[in-house]
Design a protein around this ligand. Sequence first.
Ligand code: NDP
Ligand code: DXP
Ligand code: MN
Length: 381
Amino acid sequence: MKRVSLLGSTGSVGTQTLDVISRYPDRFQVEALTAGQNWELLIEQANRFRPKQVSVASKELADKIKVHLPSGTVVLHGEQGLIETAANNDADIVVTAIVGSQGLKPTLAAIEAGKHIGLANKETLVSGGHLVSAAAKRNNVKLLPVDSEHSAIFQCLNGESLSSLRKIVLTASGGSFRDRTREELKDVTVKEALAHPNWSMGAKITIDSATMVNKGLEVIEAHWLFELPYDRIDVVIHPESIIHSFVEFDDRSMIAQMGLPDMRVPIQYALTYPERLVSPVHSLDLTELGKLHFRKMDFDRFPCLRMAFDCGKVGGTMTAVFNAANEVAVSRFVAGDIGFLDIEDVIESAIGRHEAAAVPTLEQIEEADGWARRVAAQYGK
Ligand SMILES: NC(=O)C1=CN([C@@H]2O[C@H](COP(=O)(O)OP(=O)(O)OC[C@H]3O[C@@H](n4cnc5c(N)ncnc54)[C@H](OP(=O)(O)O)[C@@H]3O)[C@@H](O)[C@H]2O)C=CC1
Ligand SMILES: CC(=O)[C@@H](O)[C@H](O)COP(=O)(O)O
Ligand SMILES: [Mn+2]
């Protein structure tokens, strides 16, 4: 029986993780669940999966839900609640399905407590990749990728010698606006940005996909997960999201992982690795599909991806600044406060003014993150 703590159980990855878990009641036990604001769904989940701990964003919400939970379920809240549910229980694996750099501290706490990580929260590695990577090694903890591209690469590298790996190639759908020119992006709406062509996901990552920030975060995530320099990480546009990523070896063999775009596949693989269990996801019929398409990445059309590569190469606190500025910019865009193209200007204004600290401590990362949030909040005011 594998015991699972799930941070962000009410979100897109969180609910799909519970869907996977519910199909294998003899294999999984839910140890802890956490939500932000969606207390009603959390109550439903807690009564179904009977975790020992739950956590919500605030004390107010914790007080509100107490009476609706199974007896014996401990209710926590805030940052400390996330850290407790990540580290202070009997979980074997913590699935980080929470959004944003707030995932960093609980992830580090889980690793220090010796728990394996099913890593969906890419912002964690973008903000503090070197800390997470070092802690995982020190504690002999596995970082099992949930992000579809990284799961794909992880699967392609199964049993392979990393010394003969030439490069990895992340595929990018191009997001909601992939066929629009920059001129046509000026007045796009939040509703249009939220209409991803292939994946149904939370709002923040869907906007990130449209700006290509998502691929930028994924490049940095891949740098830490697979310990590769940035010049051995490529990105190509693949509009169908059928090939989830691929790798090339020294002998020029390429191995790709493919399947219909459904997050339950990488989620399940992270939970059951190295086993492969039956999944409810439909088979991919390549004859029905007929063709797959690939295009060179256009860094002028998608400047956020160029910025992500540049920040990754600078390293230190620069990637945390990139991430934090983007988080604020996306919230402001969704709130109708700035336009779609302002997102890249917000990021540029923060990274352009930041003096990166190399090999930062957690405190330095938090400081840089907070600074970038203030700069991004002030943009245009
Ligand atoms: N969705 C996808 O298919 C994929 C997502 N990812 C990554 O996985 C992560 C989650 O994405 P996704 O599921 O789409 O996001 P969602 O927005 O759907 O879900 C986010 C989750 O985080 C919780 N949360 C938000 N703020 C807080 C807070 N202050 N305190 C505690 N919990 C909080 C939300 O709670 P509530 O809703 O209750 O407020 C919710 O459970 C992201 O890092 C994303 O980049 C990676 C690959 C694919
Ligand atoms: C499902 C998943 O892993 C997302 O990160 C997805 O890949 C977004 O797609 P694009 O960023 O390629 O549009
Ligand atoms: Mn992805």
